[in-house]
Design a protein around this ligand. Structure first.
Ligand code: ADP
Ligand code: NA
Length: 341
Protein backbone atom coordinates (compact mmCIF):
# COMPACT_ATOMS: atom_id res chain seq x y z
CA UNK A 1 0.00 0.00 0.00
CA UNK A 2 1.10 3.55 -0.66
CA UNK A 3 2.42 5.45 2.31
CA UNK A 4 -0.22 7.78 3.70
CA UNK A 5 0.43 10.91 5.72
CA UNK A 6 -2.66 11.75 7.76
CA UNK A 7 -3.02 15.07 9.57
CA UNK A 8 -5.78 16.58 11.65
CA UNK A 9 -6.01 19.37 14.22
CA UNK A 10 -8.16 20.70 17.02
CA UNK A 11 -8.24 24.08 18.72
CA UNK A 12 -7.39 24.27 22.42
CA UNK A 13 -10.49 26.25 23.30
CA UNK A 14 -12.18 24.81 26.38
CA UNK A 15 -13.03 21.30 27.49
CA UNK A 16 -14.05 19.07 24.58
CA UNK A 17 -17.65 17.85 24.57
CA UNK A 18 -19.45 14.74 23.42
CA UNK A 19 -19.95 16.25 19.94
CA UNK A 20 -16.22 16.82 19.51
CA UNK A 21 -15.60 13.27 20.68
CA UNK A 22 -18.19 11.48 18.54
CA UNK A 23 -17.74 13.79 15.54
CA UNK A 24 -13.95 14.08 15.42
CA UNK A 25 -11.71 12.74 18.18
CA UNK A 26 -13.02 9.17 18.26
CA UNK A 27 -12.31 9.00 14.51
CA UNK A 28 -8.69 9.90 15.17
CA UNK A 29 -8.37 6.92 17.51
CA UNK A 30 -10.11 4.69 14.97
CA UNK A 31 -7.69 5.84 12.25
CA UNK A 32 -4.76 5.05 14.52
CA UNK A 33 -6.23 1.59 15.13
CA UNK A 34 -6.85 0.94 11.40
CA UNK A 35 -3.62 2.45 10.06
CA UNK A 36 -0.75 0.46 8.63
CA UNK A 37 2.77 0.79 10.06
CA UNK A 38 3.68 2.64 6.83
CA UNK A 39 1.26 5.46 7.59
CA UNK A 40 2.38 8.62 9.36
CA UNK A 41 -0.28 10.06 11.68
CA UNK A 42 -0.03 13.66 12.87
CA UNK A 43 -2.45 15.16 15.39
CA UNK A 44 -1.93 18.77 16.28
CA UNK A 45 -3.35 21.15 18.87
CA UNK A 46 -3.66 24.38 16.93
CA UNK A 47 -3.01 27.19 19.37
CA UNK A 48 -2.31 29.75 16.63
CA UNK A 49 -5.76 29.18 15.16
CA UNK A 50 -7.34 29.79 18.58
CA UNK A 51 -5.92 33.33 18.53
CA UNK A 52 -8.25 34.39 15.73
CA UNK A 53 -10.81 34.94 18.51
CA UNK A 54 -10.12 36.67 21.83
CA UNK A 55 -8.68 34.22 24.39
CA UNK A 56 -7.93 34.63 28.06
CA UNK A 57 -4.18 33.83 28.30
CA UNK A 58 -4.49 31.79 31.54
CA UNK A 59 -7.39 29.78 30.16
CA UNK A 60 -5.70 29.23 26.82
CA UNK A 61 -2.59 27.90 28.49
CA UNK A 62 -4.69 25.52 30.59
CA UNK A 63 -6.86 24.40 27.65
CA UNK A 64 -3.77 23.72 25.62
CA UNK A 65 -2.34 21.37 28.27
CA UNK A 66 -5.73 19.76 28.93
CA UNK A 67 -6.30 19.14 25.23
CA UNK A 68 -3.05 17.19 25.11
CA UNK A 69 -4.15 15.20 28.19
CA UNK A 70 -7.50 14.57 26.46
CA UNK A 71 -5.91 13.25 23.27
CA UNK A 72 -3.83 10.80 25.31
CA UNK A 73 -6.77 9.89 27.55
CA UNK A 74 -8.99 8.86 24.64
CA UNK A 75 -6.31 6.49 23.36
CA UNK A 76 -3.97 8.32 21.01
CA UNK A 77 -0.56 6.72 21.46
CA UNK A 78 2.48 9.00 21.23
CA UNK A 79 4.55 6.02 20.10
CA UNK A 80 2.26 5.52 17.13
CA UNK A 81 0.98 9.03 16.33
CA UNK A 82 2.88 12.32 16.29
CA UNK A 83 0.97 14.43 18.82
CA UNK A 84 2.14 18.02 19.11
CA UNK A 85 1.38 21.68 19.67
CA UNK A 86 1.26 23.60 16.39
CA UNK A 87 2.95 26.57 18.08
CA UNK A 88 5.96 24.38 18.89
CA UNK A 89 6.82 24.21 15.21
CA UNK A 90 7.59 27.62 13.62
CA UNK A 91 7.65 26.02 10.14
CA UNK A 92 3.84 26.35 10.09
CA UNK A 93 3.95 30.14 10.28
CA UNK A 94 7.01 30.49 8.05
CA UNK A 95 5.31 28.44 5.36
CA UNK A 96 1.96 30.18 5.90
CA UNK A 97 3.64 33.50 5.01
CA UNK A 98 5.09 32.05 1.83
CA UNK A 99 1.73 30.55 0.88
CA UNK A 100 -0.16 33.75 1.68
CA UNK A 101 1.97 35.48 -0.96
CA UNK A 102 0.69 32.92 -3.48
CA UNK A 103 -2.96 32.93 -2.38
CA UNK A 104 -5.35 35.07 -4.44
CA UNK A 105 -7.15 37.60 -2.24
CA UNK A 106 -10.45 36.76 -3.96
CA UNK A 107 -10.27 33.11 -2.95
CA UNK A 108 -10.08 34.08 0.72
CA UNK A 109 -12.96 36.52 0.29
CA UNK A 110 -15.11 33.64 -0.97
CA UNK A 111 -14.55 31.42 2.09
CA UNK A 112 -17.93 30.88 3.73
CA UNK A 113 -16.43 31.12 7.23
CA UNK A 114 -15.10 34.59 6.35
CA UNK A 115 -18.40 35.61 4.77
CA UNK A 116 -20.29 34.63 7.91
CA UNK A 117 -17.81 36.52 10.13
CA UNK A 118 -18.30 39.54 7.91
CA UNK A 119 -22.08 39.18 8.10
CA UNK A 120 -21.90 38.90 11.91
CA UNK A 121 -19.95 42.16 12.08
CA UNK A 122 -22.39 44.15 9.96
CA UNK A 123 -24.47 46.82 11.57
CA UNK A 124 -28.02 45.50 11.94
CA UNK A 125 -29.51 48.83 10.83
CA UNK A 126 -27.05 49.67 8.08
CA UNK A 127 -25.92 46.56 6.21
CA UNK A 128 -23.11 48.33 4.39
CA UNK A 129 -21.47 49.28 7.66
CA UNK A 130 -18.98 46.78 9.03
CA UNK A 131 -17.81 46.93 12.64
CA UNK A 132 -14.12 46.45 11.88
CA UNK A 133 -13.19 46.06 15.54
CA UNK A 134 -14.86 42.61 15.34
CA UNK A 135 -12.60 41.54 12.49
CA UNK A 136 -8.87 40.86 12.52
CA UNK A 137 -6.55 39.90 9.66
CA UNK A 138 -6.04 36.44 11.20
CA UNK A 139 -9.74 35.65 10.77
CA UNK A 140 -9.29 36.38 7.07
CA UNK A 141 -6.03 34.49 6.51
CA UNK A 142 -6.31 31.49 8.83
CA UNK A 143 -7.32 29.18 5.95
CA UNK A 144 -3.80 29.81 4.59
CA UNK A 145 -2.31 28.78 7.93
CA UNK A 146 -4.46 25.68 7.70
CA UNK A 147 -3.06 24.95 4.24
CA UNK A 148 0.44 25.34 5.69
CA UNK A 149 -0.43 22.98 8.58
CA UNK A 150 -1.35 20.33 6.02
CA UNK A 151 1.17 20.89 3.23
CA UNK A 152 4.24 21.37 5.41
CA UNK A 153 4.00 17.63 6.21
CA UNK A 154 2.97 16.71 2.63
CA UNK A 155 -0.19 15.25 4.15
CA UNK A 156 -1.99 12.98 1.72
CA UNK A 157 -5.19 12.55 3.75
CA UNK A 158 -7.02 14.94 6.03
CA UNK A 159 -9.90 13.66 8.14
CA UNK A 160 -12.31 16.58 8.48
CA UNK A 161 -16.04 17.12 8.65
CA UNK A 162 -18.23 18.49 5.87
CA UNK A 163 -17.90 21.98 7.29
CA UNK A 164 -14.19 21.92 6.39
CA UNK A 165 -14.53 20.81 2.76
CA UNK A 166 -14.07 24.32 1.36
CA UNK A 167 -10.95 24.86 3.46
CA UNK A 168 -9.40 21.64 2.20
CA UNK A 169 -10.23 22.64 -1.38
CA UNK A 170 -8.37 25.90 -0.78
CA UNK A 171 -5.38 23.90 0.49
CA UNK A 172 -5.42 21.91 -2.74
CA UNK A 173 -5.71 25.08 -4.83
CA UNK A 174 -2.77 26.65 -3.01
CA UNK A 175 -0.70 23.47 -3.45
CA UNK A 176 -1.46 23.57 -7.15
CA UNK A 177 -0.49 27.24 -7.43
CA UNK A 178 2.81 26.44 -5.70
CA UNK A 179 3.41 23.49 -8.05
CA UNK A 180 2.72 25.67 -11.11
CA UNK A 181 4.71 28.67 -9.91
CA UNK A 182 7.75 26.63 -8.88
CA UNK A 183 8.71 23.06 -9.59
CA UNK A 184 6.10 20.46 -8.64
CA UNK A 185 6.46 19.56 -4.97
CA UNK A 186 3.06 18.74 -3.49
CA UNK A 187 0.57 15.95 -4.03
CA UNK A 188 -2.93 17.27 -3.42
CA UNK A 189 -4.32 16.23 -0.03
CA UNK A 190 -7.56 14.23 -0.06
CA UNK A 191 -10.43 14.57 2.35
CA UNK A 192 -10.73 11.43 4.42
CA UNK A 193 -14.40 10.97 5.07
CA UNK A 194 -15.03 9.49 8.46
CA UNK A 195 -18.48 8.59 9.76
CA UNK A 196 -19.63 12.02 10.80
CA UNK A 197 -22.15 12.17 13.60
CA UNK A 198 -23.57 15.63 14.16
CA UNK A 199 -24.60 15.89 17.81
CA UNK A 200 -27.11 18.58 18.73
CA UNK A 201 -27.40 20.87 21.73
CA UNK A 202 -29.31 19.27 24.62
CA UNK A 203 -31.11 22.57 25.24
CA UNK A 204 -31.69 23.79 21.70
CA UNK A 205 -31.83 20.86 19.25
CA UNK A 206 -31.96 23.34 16.35
CA UNK A 207 -28.25 24.01 16.94
CA UNK A 208 -25.24 21.72 17.20
CA UNK A 209 -23.68 20.91 20.53
CA UNK A 210 -20.99 23.57 20.87
CA UNK A 211 -18.27 24.77 23.19
CA UNK A 212 -19.28 28.35 22.63
CA UNK A 213 -22.94 28.04 23.72
CA UNK A 214 -23.36 29.95 27.00
CA UNK A 215 -25.50 27.25 28.67
CA UNK A 216 -23.15 24.50 29.87
CA UNK A 217 -26.22 22.26 30.43
CA UNK A 218 -26.45 22.06 26.63
CA UNK A 219 -23.36 19.88 26.33
CA UNK A 220 -21.79 16.84 27.96
CA UNK A 221 -18.15 17.54 28.75
CA UNK A 222 -15.60 14.77 28.53
CA UNK A 223 -14.84 15.56 32.18
CA UNK A 224 -18.47 15.34 33.45
CA UNK A 225 -19.16 12.96 36.33
CA UNK A 226 -21.75 10.18 36.07
CA UNK A 227 -24.18 12.35 38.09
CA UNK A 228 -23.61 15.38 35.86
CA UNK A 229 -24.24 13.24 32.77
CA UNK A 230 -27.47 11.89 34.27
CA UNK A 231 -28.70 15.37 35.22
CA UNK A 232 -27.92 16.88 31.82
CA UNK A 233 -29.59 14.06 29.89
CA UNK A 234 -32.61 14.10 32.22
CA UNK A 235 -33.13 17.79 31.47
CA UNK A 236 -32.47 17.48 27.73
CA UNK A 237 -35.18 19.09 25.60
CA UNK A 238 -37.35 16.51 23.79
CA UNK A 239 -41.04 16.81 22.87
CA UNK A 240 -44.47 15.92 24.25
CA UNK A 241 -45.24 13.23 21.67
CA UNK A 242 -45.93 9.85 23.29
CA UNK A 243 -43.44 7.08 22.51
CA UNK A 244 -40.04 7.22 20.88
CA UNK A 245 -39.45 7.43 17.13
CA UNK A 246 -36.51 8.57 15.03
CA UNK A 247 -37.49 11.62 13.00
CA UNK A 248 -34.79 14.33 12.96
CA UNK A 249 -37.08 16.79 11.15
CA UNK A 250 -40.07 16.84 13.48
CA UNK A 251 -38.47 15.35 16.62
CA UNK A 252 -34.91 16.73 16.70
CA UNK A 253 -34.42 16.44 20.48
CA UNK A 254 -35.63 12.85 20.73
CA UNK A 255 -33.74 11.87 17.58
CA UNK A 256 -30.57 13.45 18.93
CA UNK A 257 -30.79 11.20 22.00
CA UNK A 258 -31.21 8.20 19.69
CA UNK A 259 -28.23 9.33 17.62
CA UNK A 260 -26.12 9.62 20.77
CA UNK A 261 -27.20 6.20 22.02
CA UNK A 262 -26.48 4.73 18.58
CA UNK A 263 -23.06 6.38 18.40
CA UNK A 264 -22.15 4.95 21.82
CA UNK A 265 -23.12 1.44 20.72
CA UNK A 266 -22.06 1.48 17.05
CA UNK A 267 -25.57 1.60 15.65
CA UNK A 268 -27.70 4.04 13.69
CA UNK A 269 -30.15 6.20 15.60
CA UNK A 270 -33.01 4.88 13.46
CA UNK A 271 -32.01 1.31 14.40
CA UNK A 272 -31.97 2.08 18.08
CA UNK A 273 -35.46 3.60 17.85
CA UNK A 274 -36.95 0.15 17.16
CA UNK A 275 -36.02 -0.92 20.73
CA UNK A 276 -38.03 1.96 22.19
CA UNK A 277 -41.22 1.76 20.17
CA UNK A 278 -43.30 0.97 23.25
CA UNK A 279 -41.16 2.87 25.74
CA UNK A 280 -41.05 6.48 26.89
CA UNK A 281 -38.57 9.33 27.07
CA UNK A 282 -37.74 8.47 30.68
CA UNK A 283 -36.42 5.02 29.80
CA UNK A 284 -34.60 6.33 26.75
CA UNK A 285 -32.90 9.06 28.77
CA UNK A 286 -31.81 6.63 31.48
CA UNK A 287 -30.23 4.37 28.85
CA UNK A 288 -28.56 7.29 27.03
CA UNK A 289 -26.98 8.50 30.28
CA UNK A 290 -25.64 4.99 31.03
CA UNK A 291 -24.30 4.57 27.49
CA UNK A 292 -22.47 7.91 27.68
CA UNK A 293 -21.09 6.99 31.10
CA UNK A 294 -19.86 3.68 29.66
CA UNK A 295 -18.17 5.52 26.81
CA UNK A 296 -16.57 8.29 28.87
CA UNK A 297 -15.70 6.53 32.15
CA UNK A 298 -12.32 5.24 30.93
CA UNK A 299 -11.15 8.44 29.17
CA UNK A 300 -12.37 10.56 32.12
CA UNK A 301 -10.34 8.72 34.76
CA UNK A 302 -7.33 8.61 32.44
CA UNK A 303 -7.71 12.38 31.89
CA UNK A 304 -7.91 13.02 35.65
CA UNK A 305 -4.71 11.06 36.13
CA UNK A 306 -2.84 12.64 33.21
CA UNK A 307 -3.72 16.27 33.89
CA UNK A 308 -1.59 16.09 37.06
CA UNK A 309 1.35 14.58 35.19
CA UNK A 310 2.82 17.88 34.01
CA UNK A 311 6.31 16.47 33.44
CA UNK A 312 4.99 13.61 31.34
CA UNK A 313 2.77 15.93 29.26
CA UNK A 314 5.70 18.27 28.63
CA UNK A 315 7.84 15.31 27.53
CA UNK A 316 5.17 14.04 25.13
CA UNK A 317 4.73 17.53 23.66
CA UNK A 318 8.46 18.05 23.25
CA UNK A 319 8.95 14.66 21.64
CA UNK A 320 5.98 15.21 19.29
CA UNK A 321 7.27 18.63 18.25
CA UNK A 322 10.72 17.24 17.49
CA UNK A 323 9.28 14.51 15.28
CA UNK A 324 6.98 17.00 13.53
CA UNK A 325 9.79 19.50 12.96
CA UNK A 326 12.07 16.82 11.52
CA UNK A 327 9.40 16.08 8.88
CA UNK A 328 8.51 19.68 8.08
CA UNK A 329 12.18 20.66 7.81
CA UNK A 330 12.51 18.35 4.80
CA UNK A 331 9.64 20.20 3.09
CA UNK A 332 10.98 23.64 4.07
CA UNK A 333 14.43 22.89 2.63
CA UNK A 334 12.77 22.02 -0.68
CA UNK A 335 10.46 25.03 -0.51
CA UNK A 336 13.22 27.54 0.27
CA UNK A 337 15.41 26.13 -2.52
CA UNK A 338 12.57 26.37 -5.04
CA UNK A 339 11.60 29.94 -4.20
CA UNK A 340 15.19 31.20 -3.97
CA UNK A 341 15.47 31.96 -0.24
P1 ADP B 1 -16.96 23.76 18.81
O1 ADP B 1 -17.91 24.19 17.72
O2 ADP B 1 -17.65 23.06 19.91
O3 ADP B 1 -16.05 24.87 19.25
P2 ADP B 1 -14.81 22.94 17.14
O4 ADP B 1 -15.22 23.92 16.12
O5 ADP B 1 -13.56 23.20 17.95
O6 ADP B 1 -16.02 22.67 18.15
O7 ADP B 1 -14.68 21.54 16.44
C1 ADP B 1 -13.72 20.56 16.72
C2 ADP B 1 -14.10 19.31 15.96
O8 ADP B 1 -15.28 18.73 16.52
C3 ADP B 1 -14.41 19.55 14.49
O9 ADP B 1 -13.89 18.48 13.71
C4 ADP B 1 -15.91 19.56 14.42
O10 ADP B 1 -16.40 19.11 13.16
C5 ADP B 1 -16.30 18.58 15.53
N1 ADP B 1 -17.57 18.96 16.15
C6 ADP B 1 -17.82 20.09 16.85
N2 ADP B 1 -19.09 20.12 17.30
C7 ADP B 1 -19.67 18.96 16.90
C8 ADP B 1 -20.97 18.38 17.07
N3 ADP B 1 -21.91 19.01 17.76
N4 ADP B 1 -21.21 17.18 16.50
C9 ADP B 1 -20.25 16.53 15.81
N5 ADP B 1 -19.00 17.01 15.62
C10 ADP B 1 -18.70 18.20 16.15
NA1 NA C 1 -16.18 26.25 16.80
Amino acid sequence: ARKRVILSGIQPTGTPHLGNYLGALSNWVQLQRDSSPNDTLLYTIVGWHALTLPQDPKKLSQSRREMLATLLAIGLDPNRSIIFHQDHNPHHTEFAWILSCLTPFGKLKRMTTWKSRLADSRNANNESEVNESLLNAGLFTYPVLQAADILVYRATHVPVGEDQTQHLELSRDIAQIFNQTYKRLFTLPKQLSTPSKRILSLKNPAAKMSKSAPDVQSRILLTDSHNQIKAKIRSAVTDSITGVTYDPETRPGTSNLLTILGACTNREGSDVAADYRSKGHGELKADVAEAIEGLLRGPRSEFERLREERGYLDDVAKDGAEKARALSEITMLDVRRRIGL
